[in-house]
Design a protein around this ligand. Sequence first.
Ligand code: UTP
Length: 408
Amino acid sequence: MGYQEAYDKLEKYGQLHVLKYYEELDREEQEALLRQIEQTDFDVLSLCKQKENLNPRGEITPIGVMQLPEIAAKKEEYTKTGLDAIRAGKVGAVLLAGGMGTRLGSDAPKGVYNIGLTKEVFIFQRLIENLLDVVHQAGAWIPLYVMTSDKNHETTTAFFKEKKYFGYNAEYVTFFMQDMAPASNYNGKVYMEARHKISTSPNGNGGWFLSMMKWGVVDKIREAGVEWLNVFAVDNVLQRIADPCFVGATIATGSAVGAKVVKKTAPDEKVGAMCLEDGKPSIVEYYDMTEELMAAKDENGEPAYNFGVILNYLFREKDLEEIVAKKLPLHIVEKKIPYLDEAGELVKPEAPNGYKFEQLVLDMIHELDSCLPYEVVRNKEFAPIKNKTGVDSVESARELCKENGIEL
Ligand code: UTP
């Protein structure tokens, strides 16, 4: 794209400030900026204006959950079904590690964070160790697909190499990068992160399958005969991945997708709760939980929306192409976005200062006709690291690791 075309595109979207330093840039930087302007979808920025009614909710009703006693009663049968599928190479795992982890406050990818006290225990290492448990149980390698972003790809891949994949078979590990979206101030004007670069951030964890398609990973998955993909978050250090019993339960119940859930600690806990929305499986975010939904009870007198998702889903690969073709809703998320101030100096804000535009994996659930919410024991499988201290932090995750006999 030439300068004039770039100028016209920016003018159309009210973003001409992007060219403020153009004359001062060297040739290479000018070209890089023009290329970025060409590739950037500025349409998303207009959504700031309709932020409040961006994704109207349908009618929320309760969904049945497979709870611990039912799972215990069928554990052997489900585990066998799951292990058979794993041994047949039908199950892959997708690690969502493209996020910026801004709340943790480290510039490095979250997975390279060391939570150890007397020795090194990296977040990636915890996840691989958990996956290795299943590999050993099944006697078969499970393909692992790792999603990174432009911001952390090099560091992540170099780290895995340096640590020799923590004992995993490198032939079964594939990295792919997610797409980026512009980040803006509260008025929808994009920030600049350098004089020749628009601020961008990863486009949310819902973009994973599209990115896998773009990177040719989906073709490989199909060739290999992988039928189920267990998508999971990087930040839960007790995450059980490709859990045979969960895989087996999802298959045995003929569900289109399985979702691991934990019992909520309180009706207003900040986790998305499983529900039906207009009769289809869905997740109601904690900020959409009305007083009425929080007070609702089921036939046993228990809270009707009592189970929260932990970002561990088992999708059937053949459904995914259809889901992503429908275009998932966009979410506007308030975040801390580094930016150039008026003087052209880079500022790293201490508090949120603008918007990122994201698609979320949880919206994929609503595109499917059936879902198995599958309860897991909270203290055994849910130790998210979002913050440095306090709730869902390195501290709380360390406590939970200790409780589970994991040496740190
Ligand atoms: P979070 O929603 O906690 O976002 O991600 P985050 O960006 O990592 O952290 P904060 O909010 O800035 O502190 C949940 C999971 O989704 C992945 C994350 O890596 C994590 O595993 N994720 C998130 C992506 O892979 N890509 C994204 O664009 C966003």
